[in-house]
Design a protein around this ligand. Structure first.
Ligand code: ZN
Length: 490
């Protein structure tokens, strides 16, 4: 099983407006342990590779994930972007990626000439949101830090049908009738005014310009569950490093403006699952008819999922840590929440009793390699060693072998998959907790992108994560989420 995203669609969190704040902290530091972040490689492992590029299939048919990692001390980057079999789509994605990467590397070279030795960082990730029409909204998020002042981030989105190769623009959603944008424009303006993260920051005139009813103002969009989500540049409508504003407009408010198949169609009923007990789950993926006809025939095991029950899998990487992990366990216990911990073998060796506490509390254990190495840079026997040593130490410490595997940096390829006996589990919500180290920011990150079936990446080695976790759990509980391990998530 390879899963980077949940295939399940569910109700969009009921928010009229959300704001994605991916403020790159000025306190970002590259000092300290090389194990601390998913964007930095342990340099003790093998020869340093200038740039590593690999492509794998994603959980979404027709969408591939290309990963580019450059690990050096001065201008490292970790980039993930979508690819497909459609050249025009690939070109458009690569144009954005090349621009982001080149701008970053050029700026870093310029810094060097003025004698700055402070390292920078570039991270680009993307999320895939499937639409009922078979197309996808792909949202790329780029965070740049140039080693000096504030970091900044940008969004780039493409809505795309991998079968037909068609790229769907905002104008297509509105039947190319620009007058229909007036309603969207006013809804977005309302959303911005009500967004608490933008309070007292909105630059009225700039905001009015950026939200005028023109196609070019709304070209960065995604269709996510029952919302049309609009993305704006970080300094476009608000002052200060408030993060790039993200405004979600319910499709229900735009039924008269949108054209099929993008408008919310109450008549539209997705194929019903063949089993009675779950037939009220309109909106869920259809359940496949089992086609094996062996002796236990006719017994169809279906987990009855209550309508509206949303699931989220919280995951904690890079531990265990003697200070942070116990705090996280206490907070999880307070909400009776189960989570998954992807542990480093080297840290389990140092803190076996903490690893054991995690299992005893009922959480799932995952293997995250021994040294936090980028496995795509390694020979097969070294990969095997990274994985098996970690399996062994976890079993030794807890009495139970890990059941899932997460590669550091999310970097893996077919060779690595072949070596693994464990399912690979990535994530779809990256809190960037290791980067912002800000307890309040943790909730903002989760709020901006969590949905039913999300797998949320955090790290149980930062105190700020432990401090911010309570409000994350309180929020998700109030939104009706249940907390499951990654193996329980489906
Ligand atoms: Zn990690």
């Amino acid at each position: 099983m390879t899963r980077s995203q949940s295939k399940k669609r569910g109700p969009w969190i009921d928010v009229a407006c959300i704001s994605m704040i991916v403020v790159l902290s000025m306190t970002l530091t590259f000092l300290g342990s090389s194990k601390e972040s998913d964007a930095k490689q342990n340099t003790n492992n093998g020869p340093e590779v200038k740039k590593d590029v690999s492509t794998i299939e994603s959980a979404f048919p027709g969408i591939l994930i290309t990963t580019e990692v450059k690990n050096d001390d001065y201008s490292p980057y970790a980039i993930q972007y979508p690819q497909s079999k459609v050249v025009s789509f690939n070109d458009r994605v690569k144009k954005y990626i090349d621009e982001q990467r080149d701008n970053y590397l050029i700026a870093m070279e310029e810094n060097k000439r003025i004698d700055s030795t402070t390292p920078g960082e570039l991270n680009i990730a993307f999320e895939t949101f499937p639409h009922a029409s078979g197309s996808y909204s792909l949202v790329m998020i780029s965070g740049t830090y140039l080693g000096g002042a504030n970091g900044f981030n940008s969004f780039n989105t493409i809505h795309f049908d991998p079968e037909s190769g068609e790229i769907i623009e905002i104008a297509d959603l509105f039947g190319h009738d620009e007058s229909k944008l007036v309603k969207l424009s006013s809804l977005v303006r309302d959303g911005i005014q009500k967004d608490p993260s933008l309070t007292n920051r909105v630059l009225k005139e700039d905001m009015m310009l950026a939200t005028e009813p023109k196609w070019s103002n709304f070209e960065n969009f995604a269709l996510i569950d029952d919302s049309l989500v609009l993305y704006f540049d970080e300094y476009e409508i608000a002052s200060g490093a408030a993060g790039a504003p993200v405004i979600a407009v319910p499709l229900a408010a735009l039924t008269e403006q949108l054209v099929a198949p993008y408008k919310l169609d109450v008549e539209e009923v997705l194929p019903k699952p063949p089993v009675e007990e779950v037939s009220d789950e309109a909106g869920e993926e259809p359940i496949e008819e089992p086609d094996d006809s062996d002796a236990s025939e006719n017994i169809v095991v279906v987990q009855p999922v209550e309508k509206g029950a949303k699931q989220v899998a919280l995951t904690f990487d890079d531990g265990p840590d003697p200070k942070v992990t116990p705090q996280i366990l206490a907070t999880l216990a307070k909400y009776d929440a189960k989570a998954t911990f992807f542990m480093l073998g080297s840290r389990v060796e140092s803190y076996p009793e903490i690893a054991n506490d995690v299992l005893t509390a009922g959480h799932e254990l995952g293997n995250h390699t021994w040294t936090h190495a980028n496995l795509t840079n390694m020979a097969t026997d070294s990969i095997t060693k990274e994985v098996s040593r970690t399996n062994n130490i976890i079993e030794q410490a807890t009495g139970q072998a890990p059941t899932v595997f997460r590669p550091p940096y999310g970097a893996f390829n077919d060779d690595i998959l072949n070596e693994l006996q464990l399912p690979v589990v990535l994530w779809d919500v990256d809190t960037l907790d290791w980067k912002h180290r800000d307890a309040a920011q943790l909730l903002t990150s989760v709020k901006s992108s969590v949905h039913d079936g999300s797998n949320v990446l955090m790290h149980d080695i930062h105190l700020s994560t432990a401090q911010g976790l309570d409000s994350v759990l309180a929020y998700l509980t109030s939104e009706g989420y249940e907390f499951v391990t990654v193996s329980e998530l489906e």
